[in-house]
Design a protein around this ligand. Structure first.
Ligand SMILES: Cc1cc2nc3c(=O)[nH]c(=O)nc-3n(C[C@H](O)[C@H](O)[C@H](O)COP(=O)(O)OP(=O)(O)OC[C@H]3O[C@@H](n4cnc5c(N)ncnc54)[C@H](O)[C@@H]3O)c2cc1C
Length: 291
């Protein structure tokens, strides 16, 4: 389908390999990088007028895009970036890297976000997913988020949503514009350094990936279950269960998205057969896969 009126900043056939941390996958039929709310609204209108599916992309660190690509408009917020500190609160626009917010808060001696250090997502992605690590979660210190819903900018207070494990109820059909955290002095610089060092030691950061592939099942850990089936190093095409961390699949050697998808399915099948646990994907699949 050809879009009727193509807004100036909307591009066609853009490879998602450049905008996702797996560094593979097909093309987005339409793609844009808005820098302000007006451009975000223009993008939404463009999708509506042309009856296109609308996808909000942050830093692409939790998404696998199928090799056959995405039909619709991918609106990537990575250029919608700003941090503001006022007294003990920090507000950041959705495209700001979460880790940049944490580095800035620590530099200003504001503590509370240190445990999230090193999560490579954007503020919008972290808020949407309630990203977390080391017993910390994105929503712990949030006071409110600003969203675009039904064409209107709205403020949603923390009490109005239910933040759960890697999902938030109450943000349906919302494009997150910014988040505000209330922090306390002092910051724990050592904790941040410790966590960054642990990530470097335990995670295969030298390869493209999208972090933990599966959610933590009730009563166990996905990586422990995968490990118990001796699946470290299992390879399909260019995709591999990381040697360094069984919960990660890495783009080891020019993997296609299908290689990664096939390996996800293979791990799920073997773990189910050997342990009885059904592993559920934490990562999000976009677009079309061959199978
Ligand atoms: C090496 C590595 C380590 C990781 N470690 C962790 C970890 O410790 N803990 C953890 O929780 N995750 C981890 N992740 C996964 C990932 O970083 C998080 O899920 C992150 O929150 C995703 O943010 P993003 O901007 O990349 O979102 P994307 O992957 O771009 O998008 C994820 C979802 O959020 C939605 N979304 C994004 N922005 C917005 C917005 N502004 N408004 C509405 N919806 C939006 C998208 O539509 C999509 O559904 C890791 C990933 C990698 C590669």
């Amino acid at each position: 389908m050809e879009a009727k009126e193509q807004a100036l900043f909307i591009q066609k056939d853009i490879s998602m390999a450049n905008f996702t941390t797996y560094k593979t996958g097909g093309k987005a039929q339409y793609f844009c990088l808005p820098k302000n709310i007006e451009e975000i609204k223009q993008a939404i209108n463009f999708a509506k007028e042309n009856k296109l599916d609308f996808y909000i992309l942050g830093l692409g660190s939790n998404i696998l895009v199928g090799d056959l690509g995405i039909k619709g408009l991918v609106c990537c917020l990575k250029d919608f970036e700003k941090i503001k500190i006022k007294n003990n609160t920090i507000t950041a626009l959705a495209g700001t890297p979460l880790d940049k917010v944490i580095a800035t808060s620590v530099l200003n001696n504001l503590g509370g976000l240190e445990k999230l250090s090193g999560i490579p997502g954007s503020v919008g992605g972290a808020v949407f997913m309630n990203a977390g690590a080391f017993n910390g979660e994105t929503w712990q210190n949030i006071t409110s988020v600003e969203v675009l819903k039904d064409g209107q900018v709205k403020t949603i207070k923390k009490e109005e949503v239910k933040a759960e494990y890697r999902k938030v109820k109450g943000l349906e059909n919302c494009l997150i514009l910014s988040a505000t955290w209330a922090l306390t002095e002092p910051a724990d610089k050592n904790l941040r350094e410790e966590i960054l060092a642990k990530r470097k030691l335990k995670q295969p950061l030298e390869y493209p990936s999208a972090g933990s592939v599966f959610k933590r099942p009730v009563g166990d850990y996905a990586s422990r279950l995968i490990d118990s089936c001796n699946l470290r190093g299992l390879t399909i095409g260019g995709a591999q269960v990381a040697q360094k961390h069984a919960g990660f699949i890495i783009n080891y050697n020019k993997a296609t998205a299908q290689d990664i998808r096939n390996l996800m399915k293979e791990v799920q099948k073997i773990v189910k057969e050997k342990t009885g646990f059904s592993l559920e994907l934490e990562q999000i699949l976009w677009g079309d896969f061959k199978n």
